[in-house]
Design a protein around this ligand. Structure first.
Ligand code: SF4
Length: 204
């Protein structure tokens, strides 16, 4: 099974297929087994910390520009494992490349506590999927298990993460977005201490 994989000079880490959203564009739907990044990202089981570290041991970590916890799911379900893995990697490799987590921003909702302090000193960049310029648009696109609470939780997580890690980015895909909607996303991100990254739409 694919635990780590390379893409454009970065090393991506796949620790879970769980997610509390059902985004309309999610590649996990429609029989996809992987993404543009790797062929098969469905896990036979969630890898243990030991299994993940054994996979990392096959890699030349210093050769990557970044290590990205991404997953074919929401990586923050595996927060404890992420922390343990990063701690072990930093201990073994003090010059570890920057570490990023790509998340839907529901970590505090999922775990029922503020988990952002646990990111401090471990994660260099948090990238939060914003997906929409309003709660209505966000909920329609991401279809979160917890409904409107997930929008508020995502905003609050982003604000708190920005106090804990050096860089917080929010992302939107440009498809069907007007310049006004993009500007609202940019203003929202800035109000939370984040910067907006507009991603180009990649057709399915
Ligand atoms: S948050 Fe990510 S993994 Fe979860 S449904 Fe949306 S695109 Fe898929």
């Amino acid at each position: 099974m694919t635990i780590t994989y390379e893409y454009e000079g970065a090393l991506y880490v796949n620790l879970t297929n769980r997610c509390d959203c059902a985004c309309v564009f999610c590649l996990r739907h429609n029989g996809h087994k992987g993404s543009i990044y790797a062929d098969d990202l469905w896990l036979e089981h969630e890898p243990t910390v030991e299994e993940a570290l054994a996979d990392f041991a096959r890699r030349d970590l210093l050769s990557y520009r970044e290590i990205v916890f991404c997953g074919f799911g929401e990586p923050i379900y595996r927060l404890d494992a992420i922390c343990a893995i990063v701690d072990a990697l930093k201990a073994a490799c003090p010059a570890l490349p920057p570490v990023r987590i790509n998340t839907n921003g529901h970590g505090n909702l999922i775990h029922g506590r503020d988990v952002t302090p646990e990111l401090a000193g471990r994660i260099d960049t948090v990238s939060v999927s914003l997906n929409g310029s309003s709660a209505e648009e966000y909920l329609a696109v991401t279809q979160p298990r917890d409904g409107a609470a997930a929008w508020e939780a995502m905003l609050d997580f982003t604000r708190k993460a920005a106090r804990q890690v050096p860089k917080v980015v929010m992302t939107v895909v440009d498809k069907d977005k007007t310049p006004g909607e993009i500007q609202r996303c940019r203003d929202l991100a800035q109000s939370l201490g984040a910067t907006l990254r507009v991603r180009a739409y990649i057709p399915d």
